[in-house]
Ligand binder design. Structure first.
Ligand code: AMP
Length: 216
């Protein structure tokens, strides 16, 4: 199964993908997480990417396509993967098609989580991420057992700079202008499934599974 999970920033893609990856034994490919990990490891690519990320801007298509291309070539991405946060522009969607064509592969489904803007602002400001393992939490919707501490690894939880209000607004605007057009791109191919993200985590997950059942 090769899935693409879409939705505006704060739609809950990260949390849903964590569960999907476990249940369906998929390789999780999150470009945002790859950039943050490269930054944690002090790699040049990560440090450069963070300059854009912290302002709520997109990293260039060239850099992003290249890390995805390399990642897709690794053996664990051959059979099943879940792409989270990529593609984010039509140029990236076209580049992904080229990569998959070369691998004689194609996407099984594109799941689009639909939410409203006000809810997004609320969600993003409450999001906390583990400094060590990258797992994400939410102060209201998915709190950790112990405040400020990751349930999985005991790492420190922090608020991403790009989850602060000015960056969130910037990211939403970019989503509207650059990422939304991709929805039509995949709808035209008949593999797009919209899921209502304005429900509990479990209900959204259930709907995603149903949608996957229709196309997989
Ligand atoms: P995410 O964790 O998916 O919310 O991504 C965090 C940030 O990483 C985004 O706001 C962008 O700055 C950058 N980023 C992640 N994926 C991409 C992408 N496909 N294209 C460009 N920038 C990206």
């Amino acid at each position: 199964m090769k899935i693409l999970l879409m939705g505006p920033p704060g739609a809950g893609k990260g949390s849903q993908s964590e569960k999907l990856v476990k249940d369906y034994e998929l390789t999780n490919i999150s470009t945002g997480e790859m950039f943050r990990e490269a930054n944690r490891n002090n790699e040049q690519l990560g440090i450069e990417a963070m300059r854009f990320i912290n302002k709520g801007k997109l990293v260039s298509d060239k850099i992003t396509n290249e890390i995805v291309r390399k990642r897709l070539l690794r053996p664990d991405a051959e059979r099943c993967f879940l792409l989270d946060g990529y593609p984010r522009t039509v140029a990236q969607a076209e580049a992904l098609d080229t990569m998959l064509d070369k691998m004689e592969s194609k996407l099984t489904a594109v799941i689009n989580i639909v939410v409203d803007k006000q809810a997004i602002l609320e969600r993003m400001v409450g999001r906390r991420v583990c400094k060590s393992c990258g797992l994400s939490y939410h102060l209201s919707f998915k709190p950790p057992k112990q405040q400020g501490v990751c349930d999985a690894c005991g790492g420190e939880l922090y608020q991403r700079e790009d989850d602060q209000l000015h960056s969130v607004k910037n990211r939403l605007e970019i989503y509207e202008t650059k990422t939304k057009p991709i929805i039509e791109y995949y709808a035209n191919r008949g593999i797009l499934r919209n899921v209502n993200g304005m429900q509990s985590f479990d209900k959204v997950y259930e709907d995603i599974k149903k949608a996957l059942g229709e196309v997989a």
